[in-house]
Design a protein around this ligand. Structure first.
Ligand code: DX5
Ligand code: ZN
Length: 225
């Protein structure tokens, strides 16, 4: 499978949001990664519904929404109405994860689960067939621009094994500190989607940076096949 690249809009220039969205539209990126933070689950507040609505108005690729909020069940239908294609909730924020996953799918979206760096991937074993995407956090959620946590490689390999053992079709997404230095190894370990915020938007030529990430993963995909 071709690795997907998902630029994280958190690192965009919010005063030039339309310009940055058009850039992603025109690039080789596959998805828009949208980080919603509530200042409770994580120590930061990003942006909310009106901004997502504005983004969706211009974006012409899959909208991948990463909820870093407590009690996400409250907003599942709202995010469906706002145009989310994939809705990811945090394992640590869900008391009844299985029920939450069904509610996301019933609302017409793909269901994702994000894991904080300290959360073991084996905790998903009993629901892996109900999950469309696992977002493995490779930094502590809340901020862009942090350094990649090396233990992520091990987690991705373990998760890949759980997915294969259960004949699941779950995608593995990596979120935090992704650059050209770790992209290839992540794909080798089993990653299917790479989120990249600062690395893309703070680069001199974001289109070229996305192309470069895509190229790195492409060579690894060919190598694996
Ligand atoms: C962190 C967010 C990430 C963030 C990634 O809490 O979930 O999506 O935007 O940013 P970088 O790529 O800069 O680490
Ligand atoms: Zn994210």
């Amino acid at each position: 499978m071709n690795t997907k690249i998902a630029p994280s809009i958190l690192a965009a220039d919010f005063a030039n949001l339309q310009r940055d969205i058009e850039m992603v539209n025109q690039s080789e990126a596959d998805w828009f990664h949208i980080d919603i933070m509530d200042g409770v689950f994580v120590p930061n507040i990003s942006f909310g519904m009106p901004v997502l609505k504005a983004i969706n108005h211009h974006a012409n690729k899959t909208i991948d929404v990463h909820l870093m909020i407590v009690d996400p069940d409250r907003y599942i239908t709202t995010f469906a109405e706002l145009g989310a294609d994939i809705l990811t909730v945090h394992y640590e924020a869900c008391t009844h994860l299985h029920r939450t996953l069904q509610a996301i799918k019933n609302a017409g979206m793909k269901a994702g689960v994000a894991l904080n760096p300290h959360t073991n991937v084996s905790l998903l074993e009993d629901v892996i067939n109900d999950i469309d995407l696992v977002c493995v956090m490779s930094v502590n959620p809340g901020f862009g621009g942090q350094s990649f946590i090396e233990n992520t490689y091990k987690k991705v390999r373990q998760l890949q094994e759980i997915i294969a053992d259960n004949n699941a079709t779950t995608l593995i997404e990596i979120d935090g500190g992704v650059t050209n230095k770790n992209a290839q190894e992540l794909v080798k370990c089993g990653a299917n989607v790479l989120v990249a915020g600062s690395y893309v938007f703070k680069s001199n030529d974001p289109i070229e940076t996305i192309r470069d990430l895509k190229e790195i993963t492409r060579s690894e995909n060919i190598h694996n096949s």
